[in-house]
Ligand binder design. Structure first.
Ligand code: LR7
Ligand code: MN
Length: 576
């Protein structure tokens, strides 16, 4: 019986052990269940969060859709109906006609929503930036126009209203420079009354003022502490305004431009591409505005304002009081042109600063011609007069380099300069030499230190080297000598370049003779732009060919790079 007891005992121990195991398993299962339960609640919680976020988003979208006013939808349906009745040839004809009238494809524009979506062109570094609008001044937005198309004018206005924090917009002033287009009369009054009753004001000038005096009149009407000027065919992009006003809030003597994106004048497409560092403004000695690549200072972030030596002129913001302190505009400038370079020199020379805000983007329709006439003797004339005024007031002895580019100026009465010269005195502005040294140190200065020869270049066969009115990428040619400079004005530099006053250099990149001679922006790095000038011959250093005025197969005179032949008259170039 003792051994039975023993056996029973062992069995009991075994059972107990199993029981213990089972209990442990049970505990483990319980723990698992508990874990799973809490996981479940977590998932349920985040699911609930996602759902509520979705709801908020849907609501938001609904509101947005509702805010797209009835008018937009009605207009778009109307357009659709009209389009269905046309075939491709009709459309092409309508587009061409509108292009002749407005210098861009207005027909295409008229089919696009007035509040269309455009690509957000900001670099990614801009997106996380947070702006405190409560510390920013309000702005008046001033848009001057003469016979601007309906669709582009209103798209400018809608883009400003839809893409600006409302608390930052004091008003939008539409300054009509005496347009006679019928759509800009009562029809516009009604539209503005219906859609923008509280924000938009139309001011109509009874006489044609020209762009510069039109802006001065717009400024007179502005109530906001900051004024933002825009051309009448722009589209403000996402978040365009905050970076601009932030800079002015920090320093009221800084004048700010957005990055200007391109809206194509044929397709109306808003360009998606922009470079990481925006282009900034420079100028040529013809006093034309030009772009150059922006450069970051050491330690400067991609989102920081970047110094711009000049501005394009149409799109900028300025503290209203500072605008007057610094001399607003030269009110004796007529029509169009030059005012932007004048204001740029003045800002820098008189202690201010001109910058581009990399996170602010506004699109502009760039076009090839102007669809309007300016009062007086036309755009060419006013541009010349305005440039002469600015050269006389701001450029000291350097003005001569500008005059050198225009050897045959018509007699232009540039008027009285006393007021502008007094302004320069009063503000104790720095000399132009200072501006060149500190603001545009890399600009080519055509003085005797840098230029070995200048004038026209005549080949032995009697023709002159000619830019043929082409821009960068085009080809240079030869033409009968006219002695007016312009397309026939050339310089040979210490850098071995053959260059024009507007910074184009003769450039050859094909090695097959006879090779075309291209015009490219001067890069000052020798390479394909280096020429040796000896015994009246220009030898292209990289390819060892000679600059030649030749007669082609069909009897046409052409400029080529060809094998050097001693004594060939087309390869003998003299300065005249
Ligand atoms: O007599 C006029 N009255 C006007 O109100 C002539 C023009 N205007 C208006 C016109 O309707 C337009 O809204 O002024 C604005 C500028 O005229 P545009 O668009 O025909 O000229 P643009 O874009 O070729 O002109 C550039 O250079 C001008 C020089 O005087 C002005 O500074 C423009 O504002 C300027 N535009 C820009 O800077 C946009 C970027 C272009 C570049 C580079
Ligand atoms: Mn323009």
């Amino acid at each position: 019986s003792l051994s039975r007891l023993d056996r029973a005992n062992t069995e009991l121990e075994q059972v107990l052990m199993e029981l213990r195991h089972k209990r442990e398993e049970l505990e483990a299962m319980k723990r698992d269940i508990h874990d799973m339960q809490s996981e479940k609640t977590d998932t349920e919680k985040s699911l609930r969060q996602v759902r509520s976020k979705q709801k908020v988003l849907a609501n938001h979208q609904k509101q947005l859709m509702q805010r797209r006013s009835q008018a937009h939808q009605e207009r778009e349906e109307e357009i659709k109906k009209r389009q269905q009745a046309l075939d491709a040839r009709d459309i092409k004809a309508l587009e061409d006609a509108s292009h002749r009238k407005h210098a861009f494809n207005e027909y295409k524009s008229s089919l696009l929503p007035l509040d269309r979506a455009i690509p957000d062109t900001r670099i990614k570094e801009c997106l996380p930036l947070k702006w405190d609008t409560s510390k920013m001044p309000k702005t008046s937005v001033i848009i001057c126009y003469v016979n601007e198309a309906w669709s582009t004018l209103l798209r400018t206005v809608w883009s400003v209203l839809n893409r600006s924090p409302p608390e930052l917009i004091e008003e939008i002033i539409l300054l009509d420079d005496a347009s006679d287009a019928e759509w800009l009369g009562e029809k516009l009054d009604t539209y503005v009354r219906e859609h923008f009753p509280s924000h938009v004001r139309i001011v109509r000038s009874p006489d044609r003022l020209g762009l510069i005096r039109a802006r001065l009149l717009g400024a007179k009407h502005a109530k906001g502490p900051v004024m933002t000027f825009l051309d009448s065919h722009c589209e403000a992009n996402q978040g365009w305004l905050e970076p601009i006003l932030d800079i002015i809030a920090t320093n009221r003597t800084t004048v700010v431009t957005p990055v200007i994106d391109t809206i194509d004048h044929r397709t109306m497409e808003y360009a998606k591409w922009t470079s990481n560092i925006p282009s900034v403004g420079t100028f040529d000695w013809t006093l034309d505005f030009n772009w150059k690549s922006g450069v970051l200072r050491p330690g400067q972030k991609l989102t920081d304002p970047i110094d711009s030596p000049t501005m394009a002129g149409g799109l900028f913001a300025i503290d209203r009081d500072y605008f007057y302190e610094i001399g607003s505009y030269d009110e004796d400038m007529d029509g169009w042109g030059g005012e932007n370079v004048e204001m740029s020199f003045r800002i820098w020379q008189c202690g201010g600063r001109l910058v581009t805000a990399p996170c602010s983007h506004v699109g502009h329709i760039f076009r090839d011609t102007h669809p309007y006439k300016v009062p007086g003797k036309g755009i060419h004339h006013t541009f010349m007069k305005n440039s002469m005024r600015l050269a006389e007031v701001w450029m000291d002895d350097y003005k001569q380099f500008f005059y050198d580019t225009k050897p045959k100026r018509e007699n232009i009465d540039i008027g009285d300069l006393t007021k502008r010269k007094a302004l320069r005195e009063r503000l104790k502005c720095k000399p132009f030499k200072w501006y060149l040294k500190h603001v545009l140190p890399d600009l080519f200065v055509p003085d005797s230190e840098h230029v070995l020869h200048k004038g026209a270049l005549r080949a032995g066969n009697g023709l002159c080297l000619d830019k043929m009115g082409h821009r960068a990428g085009g080809q240079a040619g030869v033409f009968s000598c006219h002695g007016e400079g312009g397309n026939q004005g050339w310089m040979y530099t210490v850098n071995d370049e053959i260059r024009t006053a507007d910074s184009l250099c003769l450039d050859v990149y094909s090695s097959k003779f006879p090779a075309p001679i291209h015009l490219q922006r001067c890069h000052q790095k020798q390479g394909n732009q280096a020429w040796k000038y000896e015994n009246n011959v220009f030898r292209h250093v990289a390819s060892n060919g000679c600059l030649s005025s030749v007669v082609s197969g069909n009897g046409q005179h052409e400029l080529k790079l060809d094998t050097c032949k001693e004594g060939s008259s087309g390869q003998q170039w003299t300065w005249v």
